[in-house]
Design a protein around this ligand. Sequence first.
Ligand code: ZN
Length: 240
Amino acid sequence: MKYAILGDIHANLEALTAVLADAKEQGVTHYACVGDVVGYNANPVECVNLIRELSPTVVRGNHDHYCSHDDNLSGFHPLAADAVDWTRKQLPEEMRLYLRKLKLVAMIESFTLVHSTLDMPEMWGYVFDKLEAEAHFHYQTTAICFFGHTHVPLAFEKADGVRCGLYTRIQVTRGKKYFINVGSVGQPRDGDPRASYAIYDMIRNQVELRRVAYDFRITQKKILDAGLPGRVAARLAVGR
Ligand code: ZN
């Protein structure tokens, strides 16, 4: 079994399409999603449809949550709030209901999915360092947990202590725990504009980070044509 773990797609149809083509080429047999299918970019409906078709297991991200509820957006960055407002108007009620009902935490086979952290997932905390990962590991019962939210593909490994670093391939070792960020399909923020996702090969017990180039100029044009903030378009070229 080969799982593609996708996250932070953020309504970027061109990036998602490129990632799905790559996954197919890599012999992926199953799909799972760590959330934030919508928000920021211009194709929320198309991306929800694609993900819903492919992946029976999707956990709810903060953008999925706020785009499908009418809550006040005072805690949001103004740039993100504008995009949430726009997305709310695009989603049909049936799709809002689908997003609203997504779980915060899910388990597939022998691994866990969460958008932010298992340490109070409803608070949408960001895990960037060992201390934050330590708080998360306290609640992780499976050997591997995949997450997103930061848009930075960092991996944390817990044995005696917690180690942290960028990765391209991880050999999963018995007795250790892994908290693995799969990066962002639709809005990478690690300085690399290519779409990011991970493949979990359950036979070899390996996790591989994949980076896939796509034509972000098409996505940028759609963003500007839709009247979404120009900065949302500009950041796709630099991966920030
Ligand atoms: Zn996100």
